[in-house]
Design a protein around this ligand. Structure first.
Ligand SMILES: C[S@@+](CC[C@H](N)C(=O)[O-])C[C@H]1O[C@@H](n2cnc3c(N)ncnc32)[C@H](O)[C@@H]1O
Length: 150
């Protein structure tokens, strides 16, 4: 189903009587903060409950992307995609969301398979959340009535 956000008319065709898992992989970094807030408001208002998973960017990384990736796909100079420093910034902006957990590249179980020096750096960065979040950063939130309490 094709859609151009922030238009959420496509939601009308999605059943609203069951839970949903929303996966936004590589999407929010291309959207401005107001569009992300609008889309999340529409989604959390449409479904009775569910979960949201997406890869997030810190404000610094969002700024770096604005000068490289988003420019290369035609977004105007100065365009700033969505970036947050802490997962709770999003719950403040979208009160319907409850923060569940975060996963960073340096704390992922897969780091056990890395060469020793990379593993060492990953362990170091794992104690420094602001730095860890500048790499691969996946956030998970819940919304609506908790399962079993609908
Ligand atoms: C980095 S790609 C993500 C690719 C995707 N995860 C996949 O595996 O195919 C970013 C995607 O965001 C989409 N996108 C960017 N701005 C959008 C908008 N305003 N509305 C809908 N999609 C948008 C682009 O079309 C692109 O497919």
């Amino acid at each position: 189903m094709a859609a151009a956000l922030p238009d959420c008319g496509w939601l009308r065709d999605v059943p609203d009587d069951r839970a949903v898992i929303v996966v936004a992989d590589g999407l929010f970094g291309f959207l401005d903060p107001d569009t992300v807030a609008t889309v999340l408001r529409e989604i959390t208002g449409h479904f009775p409950h569910g979960e949201l998973v997406f890869n997030a960017y810190t404000p610094l990384v969002a700024r770096m992307i604005a000068n490289t990736t988003t420019r290369s796909v035609g977004l105007p100079k100065g365009y700033r995609g969505f970036g947050i420093a802490d997962p709770r910034e999003l719950t403040a902006r979208c009160p319907g969301l409850r923060f569940v957990e975060e996963q960073t590249g340096v704390t992922a179980p897969e780091t056990a398979r890395l060469p020793w020096f990379t593993r060492f750096v990953a362990r170091l960065f794992a104690h420094w959340p602001a730095q860890a979040r500048r790499g691969v950063w996946v956030l998970r939130y819940a919304f609506g009535a908790e399962p079993g309490r609908v």
